[in-house]
Design a protein around this ligand. Sequence first.
Ligand SMILES: *Cc1c(COP(=O)(O)O)cnc(C)c1O
Length: 386
Amino acid sequence: MSSSKIWLSSPHIGKNELRYVNEAFETNWIAPLGPNISAFEKELEVITNTRSAAAISSGTSAIHLALILLGVKSGDHVFCQSMTFCATANPIVYQGAIPVFIDSERDTWNMDPNLLRTALRESRSKNKLPKAIISVHLYGMPSKMSAILAVAKEFNVPVIEDAAEALGSEINNKPCGGFGDFGILSFNGNKVITTSGGGALLSNDPEMIEKARFLATQARDAAPHYEHSQIGYNYRMSNVLAGIGRGQLEVLNDRVEARRRNFERYKKYFIKYNDVGFNIRFQEAPSGYHSNRWLTCILVDPTFNNGLSREEIRLELELENIEARPLWKPMHQQPVFLNAKRYLNGVSDKLFEDGLCLPSGSNLAEEEFERIFECLDRIFSKYQNI
Ligand SMILES: *Cc1c(COP(=O)(O)O)cnc(C)c1O
């Protein structure tokens, strides 16, 4: 293949990351503690408007710590958005707890608050309320947080807000990550900003975050020797990676703006085809919602597009060395969770069937957009008159 690969979402490094990393080397803070970690945590607190943040080795381990801190144990139930990446659900199983999957609503593609209420009513009638609810802001689009929080409060169940994809997203100017009892972020290589691998646990309860730091460093009790009265984890972020994170936070707004411009650009492009009879749909932001547009996704229902499917588009793009991916396959459809209890309404099944994530990096070049649109033009022209 001659032309270089266009990635779905690749790391986009700024000017100062290396400076912070060099500082770590020069001062020999090559450890899971140090000045970059403390500064990174403070900066995260400011950006997410939360009282306390812990820098963690990944978003997955941050969710795991949140579940531990909420007392989730073997045999407990945890309600989890079905339409998500497996990392949202896996830590439930690490705890020996039982995931129960909740379907999405059509607007934001996130947890349906009405279905959540139905599920909570049923579980209360069986005297088995979940220990936690995990909701997700999919592709950066905030979920219907006020409704979810209201329902959760009605049943007195804490909420973990998986904001792994939503750093920089807001509802009515309030940042995602600070709504739930806990919020989690991911700095994996494909996210809006990256530390190459990493995450954060957020909360407005500083005591809880202090406990998280303790658990994440092998639960060492205060003693000159190694004393342990609890099982701990090696989940802390390294001071070197926190240096990358500090540089990335400096450019967060630029990265979000670039991704939002990608979305507007795609939207404008597809509307041209919608005007001549196609029906390509997008993840639309409800009023007051500000999505970081981590990934631009489209819905292509063949019934309304002369038989054109998202898979056909994906394969054609692949031939041109352009990476596009189906939306997350809902957890209730995953082989590993086939026996899990679920509350469904058909929304996530349909999203998976019709949905495609398009290249959305903040570093997408003009020529790359041109290659993508050229390929899409070819596909549409094939389907235009049949
Ligand atoms: C990326 C992601 C995670 C996990 O983050 P890691 O840092 O890769 O462990 C969790 N939830 C969602 C929705 C994600 O997209």
